[in-house]
Design a protein around this ligand. Structure first.
Ligand SMILES: Nc1ncnc2c1ncn2[C@@H]1O[C@H](COP(=O)(O)OP(=O)(O)OP(=O)(O)O)[C@@H](O)[C@H]1O
Ligand SMILES: [Mg+2]
Length: 308
């Protein structure tokens, strides 16, 4: 069963069409990432699916309910961590969690139990009684997600969950998100600017641009649709680089880094052909790296003015 499905979702602000017909189908228990440049409509999509704003056209179902006709049922089943923190700075971590527990109509004792468990899970027990003003960005983000989990949601929307986090905090967050899907069967809908994040976390990825989904698939499938494989050869000086560039007419030289990017795959034959050509011309290379297409290539190829 699909945890989230949309058909022909449209939304405009004034005469600016933001969503021009978005179709999505997200299976239960999976992690889905929505990618897109700034202003693409990612937050707008999250807001529509979480019943915060209405769409102009089309239909959406979340956790088996229509987001307009059964908005209350949808709200009862979901948790939302917005792009901007919902944490109250004047309260302690524990008080923030208890506030959420009240909003979710949990009994006092059940609320305390849940708050304690979440503080432990997110490694915030020591900071539980401290005001959030003293928290780092990473701690705040973790508390934000913990607050989303108080109501035990089946579907979670995370709008840029790791923006501004250092690499270690980001990894901690990824572990938590993975665990929610893998161990608790929660469906995760996340938006992100970090393509590595989508690559690491998401079962499926959709790229939103110009109001439409321009590509959808697993990270591997998306990488396959753009040519991005290259062999980067490094030289000791500009003379060697120029000599090499002359051998491979279709390559791109980076004079500052003394590198040459030669389009090609990672097969031994291709790499050997490059090395043989250099050798035959007595050009000396220092080092070589084979890079396959990554999601950055996918993103840059599919989105923005260039793509249109
Ligand atoms: N309340 C609003 N009133 C008018 N325009 C809005 C409103 N909310 C969003 N927009 C516009 O809708 C478009 C999509 O915004 P949205 O916040 O959904 O983008 P986003 O993909 O989340 O971008 P970002 O990556 O910067 O978070 C933008 O052009 C934005 O200016
Ligand atoms: Mg946004």
């Amino acid at each position: 069963m699909a945890a989230i499905s949309t058909v022909g979702l449209t939304k405009a602000y004034g005469d600016k069409a933001v969503l021009k017909g978005v179709d999505l189908e997200i299976p239960e228990g999976s992690v889905f990432a929505l990618l897109g440049p700034n202003g693409a409509g990612k937050t707008t999509t999250v807001e529509i699916l979480s019943t915060l704003i209405p769409a102009d056209g089309g239909a959406a179902r979340v956790a088996g309910h229509d987001v307009v006709r059964e908005a209350d049922a949808v709200r009862a089943a979901i948790g939302v961590t917005g792009q901007f923190s919902a944490v109250d700075n004047l309260l302690t971590a524990e008080e923030n969690l208890m506030l959420m527990s009240d909003l979710n109509h949990l009994r006092r004792r059940e609320g305390r139990r849940r708050a304690e468990e979440l503080l432990r899970r997110f490694d915030l027990t020591e900071a539980a009684r401290k005001p959030v003003t003293t928290f780092s960005g990473g701690m705040r983000r973790k508390l934000d997600l913990a607050m989303t989990l108080v109501g035990d949601p089946r579907v979670i929307f995370l709008d840029e969950p790791t923006t501004g986090l250092d690499p270690r905090s980001r990894r901690t967050m990824w572990e938590i998100i993975r665990g929610l899907a893998a161990d608790h069967g929660v469906t995760i809908f996340l938006t992100t600017q970090y393509l590595e994040e989508a690559d690491q976390l998401a079962d499926r990825i959709a790229v939103l641009d110009g109001g439409r989904i321009v590509a959808e698939g697993t990270a591997e499938e998306l990488k396959r649709i753009v040519p991005g494989g290259r062999i980067r050869v490094q030289f000791a000086d500009a003379g060697q680089l120029d000599a090499a560039a002359a051998l491979f007419g279709y390559a791109t030289a980076d004079p500052e880094a003394l590198g040459l990017d030669i389009p090609g795959d990672n097969s031994v034959l291709t790499v050997k052909a490059v090395l043989d050509a250099l050798d035959n011309a007595s050009v000396r290379a220092e080092s070589l790296v084979v890079e396959t297409a990554d999601l950055d290539d996918v993103f840059l190829t599919l989105t923005g003015e260039g793509a249109r």
